[in-house]
Design a protein around this ligand. Structure first.
Ligand code: BTN
Length: 284
């Protein structure tokens, strides 16, 4: 991507109505600019490249498909046409709230956005939940995920919030045989609902803006909402952290978003950057 590409956004004739999303979200967040790409390797990689070219905060990339979609750790995020894939670039100067809460609030935004769209479209209640730190699951399987990447330079944080939501129906053949986790999509779970990617994105990004405002003022509200959305408190979990297996009862979140696990030898604060929950008994 060259610098000139930034700003030449295909507002008309695109298979995705960029202008509709920008117009709606800008009522709350006037800085939003969207770049649509029919196909890319990874919207997070595009966002990083745009950051290198000094793109402004709230520049967002939305892609029709990704050829090298990435998940947390070394996971691959399968990104065929028909999903919702996007990344938002933020610059945050000298934050007084922990950056480590941003992945959690991003998960909340995706969950809330789906919930409000489902209600608006008359589809009833959303039965999804967040699995620490920010996987979005329903009882059929994984519906969405978040990949946040952050770096700091001279007190200014560059944050890339990438999110993927499985949208169109997924055939069982699409899921790699070695994939440990079942996968689902909005249209698998709610086939009668008239979802559009544009309206869903409007709902998610509006909620993301709301949660970022809350994060600046009252981080306890993020932790409380996340705990509610996950239902993890009081449940047995097993995690691996730096090669060590930890089993215990989840008791809450620490100030930086660590999952607190009460074990036989005390409370272990599980850090999202280094730990994977391998088993969460309450949902299986
Ligand atoms: C995970 O489940 O581990 C996170 C998945 C995140 C996928 C999204 S899709 C948009 C953005 N671009 C990527 O390459 N990954 C994120």
């Amino acid at each position: 991507m060259t610098h000139q590409d930034v700003g030449k956004f295909p507002h008309k004739g695109s298979i995705f109505d960029v202008a509709k999303v920008e117009d709606e979200v800008r009522k709350e967040q006037p800085d939003l600019r969207i770049l649509w790409m029919d196909t890319t390797t990874s919207t997070n990689d595009e966002a990083r490249e745009l950051a290198r070219l000094h793109a402004a905060s709230w520049t967002m990339i939305v892609a029709g498909q990704q050829t090298a979609g990435r998940g947390r750790y070394t996971r691959i995020w399968k990104s065929p046409p028909g999903g919702l894939y996007f990344s938002v670039l933020l610059h945050i100067e000298n934050p007084s709230s922990p950056i480590t809460l941003i992945p959690l609030l991003a998960g909340l935004a995706v969950k809330d956005g789906i919930e409000s769209e489902l209600a608006r479209l008359g589809g009833g209640a959303f039965h999804g939940y967040l699995k620490w730190p920010n996987d979005l699951l329903t009882k059929r399987g994984k519906l969405g995920g978040i990949l946040c990447e952050a770096s700091a330079d001279d007190g200014v944080w560059e944050i890339i919030i990438g999110a993927g939501v499985n949208f169109d129906p997924i055939e069982l053949d699409d899921v790699p045989a070695d994939q440990a986790q079942a996968v689902t999509s909005l249209r698998n779970d709610y086939p009668a609902v008239a979802w559009t990617r544009e309206d869903l994105l409007i709902a998610i990004v509006t909620r993301l803006n709301d949660w970022l405002n809350t994060w600046k003022k009252k981080t306890s509200a993020i932790r409380e909402a996340w705990l509610e959305a996950s239902g993890v408190v009081g449940k047995e979990v097993t995690a691996t952290s730096m090669g060590e297996k930890i089993t215990g009862t989840a008791t809450g979140l620490g100030k930086n978003g660590e999952l607190l696990i009460r074990t036989d030898v005390g409370v272990y604060p599980l850090n999202a950057a280094e730990a994977v929950i391998v088993h969460d008994e309450w949902r299986t």
